[in-house]
Design a protein around this ligand. Structure first.
Ligand SMILES: [Zn+2]
Length: 567
């Protein structure tokens, strides 16, 4: 009884507190609204635009245009940074210093048109608080730099043999330049410098596979590691903990981003160097290696104004490049595209790219929630791997946006059970889904040294099995009775391909258009399997990754060994 009375009193107290809080809140709200109105009136008087930025979603990219220090000093923020326009908000547009600061900004970004807005102190303070949530970017003071000229000295070095020879001749300070320059010439994406018992092993990653490139004396190692650390802003005296750093080299129009990570090992520190060439990459669907039948299905999917498009495959299968190629195809002036990535791998102009910061709480789901308010037409979300992101992606697709994302599964059909396993409602997924792509990258066989060769029994059996379920049109392209004859190429060795036998890569693809039949099957059965979907797809002229790869081998683009290695 007593307990009930005290419960009742407590409830009353809570209710009273609620009312007071609400009252307080509304008094604040009225005051704020009055102030906003005053700023709006002032803007109208002086001929400026006005905006209330309090709940305005701002991308980190826009915010970063103005340093936090400058923002505080001039009470000025950039709240929109698009392809051709930038929008700036300032609290005091009669202040001389502020006006001067804004005109300097305009000069720095002379290719953009700037729109200036008057904002309230209240708006400004809210935006200032967002700076604190931004991913912190380490600014590295470069004491030593590598220049275009440093690299140009080694422009003749184009194969592994030359690297070993040159390593013996160059000075200690030039070793890093030599390694970087030759890696760029060879189109290597990574350099691994590994301390071993007796010496230093240098390996290059070319077209996704690691190759021994050279061996170096161990006595040079300490100096080389120190130099790499110095350039990339790492602590030289720390060698018992892994460190990550970076630096940039300008090569005229190209900019090369170099990421360094060090790792202590039993025989000393090992260093991995990743080379990211931003402007050299071009992303077009035709260059990816899509055969016409697959390209047509893909085109149909990406030209729909809304829906969810997933690209699937393991790490390093080229998923992101394909999404970039789709975005560059859709990137037109009247279309607003926003990406949420981790990390941003390539810069694309005309697109708002933003970077997630999981540790800072700005994860895929959070980023998506805030960016949808910027009213984009198309959103690319780096990866869908958690229930929250999947839910928001589906909602966004259902509300009239085209959403592109990747899912880590081995086949296109596998994406559906994978997404459902995240707890997503099947009756929401079905109408949202538009298309699923599956892909791998295969190395292209070197055309100079490739040789036609007979297949072994295992390969023959696998091709026969793979083509037994192929659409008739595809089946007819290969005469299964001729498998005994040398109709496929094998990789060989020559100078042109650095004795690897392969040079460059191309995608092999499968694309499932999510038709009404598949949608209905997903709605009817939350436990729908990969096999169920494959079966429905193959009734509609579906070409699998493996079949696409075999056809590319038949055309002499790659080899059967390579296709079976990656599929
Ligand atoms: Zn070759």
């Amino acid at each position: 009884m007593e307990e009930n009375v005290s419960n009742g009193k407590q409830k009353a107290r809570i209710a009273k507190k609620d009312v007071l809080e609400k009252l307080n809140f509304s008094m604040d709200a009225i005051e704020i609204a009055n102030k906003e109105r005053a700023v709006k009136a002032k803007a109208a008087q002086s001929g400026y635009n006005y905006i209330n930025l309090y709940n305005f979603p701002i991308t980190p990219e826009a915010l970063k245009i103005i340093d936090q220090k400058d923002a505080e000093e001039h009470k000025t923020v950039c709240f929109y940074y698009g392809r051709r326009h930038a929008r700036i908000g300032a609290v005091n547009l009669t202040d001389k210093n502020t006006i001067q600061f804004i005109s300097q900004l305009k000069e720095r970004f002379s290719h953009k048109s700037f729109q200036i807005y008057l904002i309230s102190e209240h708006s400004f303070l809210k935006i200032l608080s967002i700076y604190e949530k931004l991913p912190k970017i380490k600014t590295v003071k470069q004491i030593v730099q590598i220049t275009k000229e440093d690299l140009a000295k080694f422009k003749e070095i184009k194969n592994f043999k030359q690297i070993t020879e040159s390593l013996k001749k160059v000075s200690l300070t030039e070793i890093l330049n030599l390694l970087l320059s030759s890696a760029i010439n060879i189109d290597a994406s990574d350099i691994h410098i590994e301390a071993e018992k007796g010496n230093i092993k240098i390996r290059y990653r070319v077209d996704g596979t690691l190759h021994d490139a050279a061996v170096m004396d161990k006595n040079k190692w300490n100096i080389l590691v120190s130099r790499i650390k110095l350039i990339s802003g790492l602590k030289i005296n720390i060698n018992d903990k892994p460190q990550d750093g970076r630096f940039t080299i300008s090569l005229g129009k190209d900019q090369i981003d170099i990421r360094i990570s060090t790792l202590p090992t039993v025989y000393g520190e090992s260093v991995a160097i990743r080379i990211l060439m931003f402007s050299r990459k071009s992303f077009t669907l035709t260059e990816l290696g899509l055969r016409e039948e697959i390209y047509n299905v893909l085109k149909k999917g990406i030209n729909r104004p809304n829906g969810l498009i997933f690209n699937t495959g393991p790490t390093g299968s080229g998923k992101t490049s394909t999404l970039y190629a789709i975005l560059s195809e859709l990137n037109q002036e009247n279309v607003k595209i926003i990406t949420i990535e981790d990390p941003i791998e390539y810069r694309m102009s005309g697109i708002n790219q933003s970077q997630v910061d999981e540790e800072g709480g700005y994860d895929f789901a959070e980023a998506m929630r805030s960016l949808v308010r910027q009213d984009p037409d198309i959103i690319m979300v780096g990866e869908t791997r958690d229930p929250k992101t999947a839910d928001i992606a589906i909602q966004t697709a259902l509300t009239g946006h085209l959403v592109l994302s990747t899912v880590h599964t081995n086949s296109a059909a596998g994406a559906i059970p994978r997404i459902l396993s995240l707890g997503v409602k099947n009756f929401l997924l079905a109408p949202a889904l538009n298309m699923i792509i599956g892909q791998r990258l295969v190395r292209k066989v070197c055309k100079i040294c490739r040789k036609k060769n007979a297949l072994d029994e295992k390969q023959k059996a696998r091709i026969q099995k793979s083509f037994s379920s192929a659409p008739d049109e595809i089946k007819n392209r290969i005469d299964l009775n001729k498998l005994d004859q040398p109709i496929f190429y094998k990789a060989n060795k020559c100078d042109k391909c650095n004795n690897i036998g392969y040079k460059g890569r191309v995608g092999i693809f499968e694309v499932i258009d999510i038709n009404d039949e598949i949608k209905k099957a997903i709605t009817d059965n939350i436990n729908i399997s990969e096999e169920d979907i494959k079966k429905m797809a193959s009734e509609k002229q579906f070409i699998t990754i493996e079949q696409d790869g075999i056809l590319k081998a038949l055309e002499g683009i790659t080899t059967i060994e390579e296709v079976f290695r990656v599929v």
